[in-house]
Design a protein around this ligand. Structure first.
Ligand code: UD1
Length: 420
């Protein structure tokens, strides 16, 4: 398995270009199944999750090509069930349920497995499909869904932790081809959900209220092929911003959508990080003294759970007491014991992590547990004294395009090696 070997203590300097958003492209790839015509998606990041989703689409009968950031797919013929093991392995693959049900009136999709950041149920996805008139059973590890015709209705998608991102995506895709009007209350407002809705509208769907908690979908008879450019990845941009601050550097983040990053930029500003916006670019520079901050993760437009781990690495370097409360996923603190190996002083009290920041960090071998935790460990490793080896970096390759190359260009001493 590959690892990243980092020699810490080098401030990041220079420019980095932000890739297309992973969380936007995965449901958009699934949405291409809604038409038999060709769809062309641009600004697609080369990530293992994207390659994986491509394989899932192929297993459903689609023809796919991925070259130079452009993903072309045509699902002229479509099967209602794909490869069990392929689908089971990636949680994002649950969003093929809506398109299969919408276009074919039937779907057989393996239940996505659990995951280290929490149990991650799909009850809201299934509730949404049932509300649209689908009959759903769980048999032998599969979700089996059938509906002669889906019918538009009013439905509520709020759960214990608020709206569901992929659940909203799934219901929007199914409802796009349903009879009549669907109104989703407590819909997710994440920019990635908006990108999907814009993609669907370009295909001929009739969706309004995009970006608000009430989304209205007027069902249409069929959708057509389309070309679309995916939005920039706000989580990747935030990760580089936090890395610039953590290493005491200055980085120009090119092509970021700062308007999608208000909560993160606000917290970085409160922390004392200097931020300058110039059109789509963002310059990030560590201020003279960082200050501790308290953060609670929330659905958009609140502070994103996907930036919580990276921010914790920064708070571990910031003198004073910071509290980070995780309100979206119950076990999303896997990075805490690994940050402790580097010398961070962090304790967990229920949904909160209490960080006594400012202790000097020193390099150690550490283990990546999930995608964003891995990014936090890389940030901490770059700020620590000495060498850090981050093992199991396949997690990083799921969601960050060429992160080691991008960091090297910013001056980081980081290389990919064979490891544990
Ligand atoms: C998406 C993102 C992920 C991000 C998360 C929250 C993708 C591919 N992944 O995941 O990076 O961390 O949004 O912003 O876009 N829930 C239920 N029942 C359900 C579905 C969800 O109770 O049927 C709960 C979850 O356990 C969690 C909360 O709702 O507590 C939010 O999860 P959700 O928004 O669904 O996350 P994903 O869409 O899976």
């Amino acid at each position: 398995m590959e690892s990243l070997l980092i020699k810490g203590g080098v401030p990041l300097h220079g420019q980095v270009h932000i890739s297309g958003a992973k969380n936007a492209v995965l449901p958009i790839m699934a949405a291409t199944l809604l038409t038999r015509e060709k769809c062309v998606i641009r600004n697609v990041p080369d990530l293992s999750d994207v390659q994986f989703m491509g394989k899932i689409l192929e297993s459903l009968g689609a023809t796919v090509k991925f070259e130079d950031g452009t993903f072309t797919v045509q699902a002229a013929k479509l099967k209602g069930h794909g490869d069990y093991d392929l689908i089971r392995k990636m949680r994002g693959s649950i969003c093929i349920l809506g398109p299969l049900l919408g276009r074919l009136g039937k779907a057989q999709v393996s239940l996505p497995g659990g995951c280290v950041i929490g149990t991650r149920p799909i009850d809201l996805h299934l509730k949404g499909m049932r509300d649209l008139g689908a009959k759903i059973t769980i048999e032998k590890g599969y979700v089996i869904a059938n509906a002669r015709r889906l019918s538009g209705t009013e439905l509520f998608l709020g759960g214990r932790s608020g709206p569901t991102v992929l659940g909203t995506a799934n219901v929007m895709m199914a409802a796009a081809l349903a009879d009549g009007v669907t109104i989703i209350s407590s819909a997710a407002c994440e920019p990635e959900v908006c990108d999907l809705a814009n993609f669907l509208n370009a295909m001929g769907a009739k969706i309004s209220g995009i970006g608000s908690p009430t989304v209205t979908i007027m069902g249409v008879k069929e959708l057509h092929g389309v070309e679309h450019e995916v939005i920039p990845d706000r989580i990747e941009a935030a990760t580089f911003a936090i890395a610039a601050a953590a290493t005491n550097g200055e980085v120009q983040i090119k092509g970021a959508r700062a308007d999608h990053m208000h909560a993160v930029l606000d917290k970085l500003g409160e922390c004392g990080v200097k931020l300058e916006r110039n059109g789509p670019d963002l310059t990030v520079k560590r201020g003279s003294r960082l200050k501790p901050v308290d953060i609670t993760t929330l659905p958009y437009s609140g502070f994103p759970t996907d930036c919580q781990a990276q921010m914790m690495a920064l708070m571990a370097l910031t003198p004073g007491l910071s509290i980070i409360t995780e309100r979206i996923f119950e076990s999303r603190f896997m990075h805490v014991p690994e940050l402790a190996r580097l010398g961070a002083d962090i304790s967990i009290e229920g949904p909160s992590a209490i960080i006594k920041g400012g202790r000097p960090l020193s390099g150690a071998p550490i283990m990546a547990s999930d995608l964003r935790a891995s990014a936090a460990l890389v940030i901490a490793g770059m700020a620590a004294k000495g060498s850090t080896q981050v093992n199991r970096i396949y997690h990083l390759d799921r969601g960050y395009e060429k992160i080691d190359t991008k960091l090297q260009k910013l001056g980081a001493r980081i290389e990919r090696v064979e490891g544990e």
